[in-house]
Write a protein that binds this ligand. Structure first.
Ligand code: ATP
Length: 288
């Protein structure tokens, strides 16, 4: 469906925001994970045809989207990181406004989408009174007006409370059954139950794009739990990658990623997905 071949985006002489990304994506939710500045937004903006690659190719169902951006625009929904609503418009008016801009004439579609994002009961309230989560759900509803095949959402869960997060996650998971949904986030738990694949980026590069199952399998045997004396902790920390440390009186309970047992008494632990991603990051760094 979507194919990126050696995509590069540079800003000025020094910044390689996206550095040679090659990636092939089909239907389902893809979580795009990376630290601040990893290149997620730039990559998504190129897919959304809001900025052009400096080099490389992006194909959507075989069509080059740089040469023919309309091929993907017709079938794309995009929710930018800094999505804003018009405070004086109600949710219904907002949707009517965007439906008119996008040439969507079916009023039933607006009703359906407001129900889908669970805003139908607040449809006549001005958006100024909406919470962050409600605003973002309205953003998803407008991105779905044209019934897109590909939905690109840039950090939609930032600043949401746990309940809104869960609601949003479930909504994107449902949409992933019939569409390619690309969602960037810093927070692994936002995508771990819904993502078919996790694409990790670091300094513009794609580290890997794997299923959660593969990531966990790769990390198995490399994540350890251990409890050490606080006095030994500093020394150990200088030698191995510590994922988590919790002080318990004179001792420290640790989760560690390491190829072999990191210290006496360490036990192999079942990795969480977040730990598996960190283990992958360390493995790439060590190989470099
Ligand atoms: N218009 C621009 N001009 C110059 N540099 C830019 C521009 N846009 C992005 N960058 C730089 O490119 C790099 C990647 O930025 P990008 O916003 O894509 O990262 P990100 O992973 O989305 O980060 P965040 O999680 O903070 O949104 C950063 O070093 C950023 O400063």
């Amino acid at each position: 469906m979507l194919e990126l071949r050696n995509v590069v985006k540079t800003f000025g002489k020094d910044v390689r925001a996206v550095d040679g990304v090659t990636l092939s994506l089909e239907r389902g939710v893809v979580g795009l994970i990376g630290h601040n500045g990893a290149g997620k937004t730039t990559l998504m903006q190129m897919i959304a045809t809001l900025t052009r690659p400096s080099s490389g190719t992006i194909l959507f169902d075989g069509a080059d989207i740089v040469a023919r951006p309309q091929e993907i625009r017709r079938r794309l929904g995009y929710l930018p990181q800094d999505f804003g609503v018009y405070p004086n418009l109600s949710a219904l008016e907002f949707m009517q406004y965007f439906a008119a801009l996008k040439g969507v004439r079916d009023p039933g579609r607006i009703k359906h989408l407001l129900e889908l994002v669970n805003l139908h009961e607040q449809a006549r309230r001005p958006a100024a009174s909406f919470s962050g989560g409600m605003r973002r759900r309205l953003g998803i509803a407008q991105a779905l007006l044209n019934d897109p095949d590909i939905l690109v959402v840039d950090e939609p869960t930032a600043g949401l409370d746990p309940e809104e997060r869960l609601r949003f996650r479930n909504l994107l998971g449902e949409l992933g059954a019939s569409k390619l949904v690309i969602m960037s986030t810093h927070i692994v738990s936002d995508v771990e139950t819904i993502a078919a694949r996790l694409a990790t980026m670091d300094a513009g590069r794609l580290i890997a794009c794997e299923t959660p199952r593969t990531l966990l399998a790769q990390a198995r045997g490399r994540v350890w739990s251990a409890t050490v004396d606080a006095a030994d902790y500093e020394q150990l920390r200088a030698r191995v990658n510590v994922l988590h440390a919790q002080r318990e009186g004179a001792q420290v309970a640790l989760r560690i990623v390491h190829g072999v047992a990191p210290c006496a008494g360490a036990r192999v632990a079942e990795p969480t997905l977040e730990e598996a991603l960190m283990a992958q990051r360390y493995a790439v760094k060590e190989a470099a």
